[in-house]
Write a protein that binds this ligand. Structure first.
Ligand code: CA
Length: 244
C-alpha cells in the first residue's frame, strides 16, 4: 500500500488543507504544485483505502477525489468519507461519464469537475466549498436560524419554514435563500449569488439564477407577483428585505 505523500505538519493551524485522492501522479503533482502556490497545505493518497485513512487522520478542509481509482473506487471512498464527515468533496470524473457524476452527487459529493479540467477552475471550486462550509458552520455544530418576516431558515436542520411550517425546498434554492438572508438589507449582486450558489466559473449564465429566484418567491413570498422579501435591485441583483 502506498503511503500518503507530501504530509506537512509544519503549516499554521488556520491554513486550509486539501486532500487529493488520485492514482495518476502527474495530476496529483499538478494539483499539489498549484494549491501550494495558492497557500494551501496539500496531502495526497494514491488509492481509495489510503484516501479514507488520510481523511480521518488529517481532517482536511476539502477532499478532491478521483472516481477512477485502483481497488476501492472513488464512489466507495465518497460514501465512506461522507458517512463519517461533512467535509466538502469534489469529484473528478471522466469525460462523458454522466452516471458517475450523478452517483457521486447522490453519495454526498458537493461538486464535480470533468477531466481534463483547468487547475484554476479547481482552485476556484475548492475556495467556494471552503467559503460555503465556513459560512454554514458545517463543523461548528451551533444551531443557527436566519429570520426575516415569516421566513425562517434553519442552517443546521437544512430546513426552511414559512409561518412556522416547513416547506419543500431544493438544495440550490436553499443555498440561494441563505446567501440572500445573510445579506439581509444589503445588495446581493448577481455575480456574488452565482459564485456562492453555483461556484465561480459557472457557465449556466444568469438565466439559472432568475429561474431559481422565481421558484423561491413562489415558495416563500405571500404574493410572488409583488415580492416583499426577495426584491429585485434593477440591473444589479437582489436584496432580502426583512419585513412582515
Ligand atoms: Ca485515476
Amino acid at each position: 500500500m502506498t503511503p500518503s505523500r507530501a504530509d506537512n505538519h509544519l503549516e499554521a493551524e488556520h491554513q486550509p488543507r486539501v486532500l487529493v485522492v488520485e492514482d495518476e501522479l502527474a495530476i496529483t503533482d499538478a494539483i499539489t504544485y498549484a494549491f501550494s502556490l495558492e497557500g494551501f497545505a496539500v496531502s495526497s493518497a494514491a488509492n481509495g483505502r489510503d484516501g479514507v485513512e488520510a481523511a480521518r487522520r488529517l481532517n482536511p478542509s476539502v477532499v478532491i477525489l478521483d472516481v477512477m481509482l485502483p481497488g476501492m473506487s472513488g464512489l466507495d471512498v465518497c460514501r465512506q468519507i461522507r458517512s463519517e464527515s461533512d467535509v466538502p468533496i469534489i469529484m473528478l470524473t471522466a469525460r462523458g461519464s454522466e452516471a458517475d457524476k450523478v452517483a457521486g452527487l447522490e453519495l454526498g459529493a458537493d461538486d464535480y469537475l470533468t477531466k481534463p479540467f483547468s487547475i484554476r477552475e479547481l482552485v476556484a471550486r475548492v475556495r467556494a466549498q471552503i467559503r460555503r462550509s465556513s459560512r454554514t458552520g458545517t463543523f461548528s455544530g451551533k444551531n443557527e436560524v436566519l429570520r426575516g418576516g415569516a421566513i425562517e431558515l434553519d442552517v443546521d436542520a437544512h430546513e426552511v419554514r414559512v409561518g412556522g411550517k416547513p416547506i419543500e425546498i431544493r438544495p440550490k434554492e436553499f443555498d440561494l435563500l441563505e446567501s440572500l438572508m445573510r445579506r439581509s438589507g444589503r445588495l446581493a449582486s448577481r455575480e456574488t449569488l452565482i459564485d456562492e450558489v453555483w461556484g465561480v466559473d459557472h457557465f449556466g449564465g444568469t438565466k439559472t439564477l432568475d429561474v431559481h429566484i422565481k421558484r423561491l418567491r413562489e415558495k416563500v413570498e405571500p404574493d410572488p407577483g409583488s415580492p416583499r422579501h426577495i426584491v429585485t435591485v434593477r440591473g444589479l441583483g437582489y436584496k432580502f428585505v426583512d419585513q412582515q
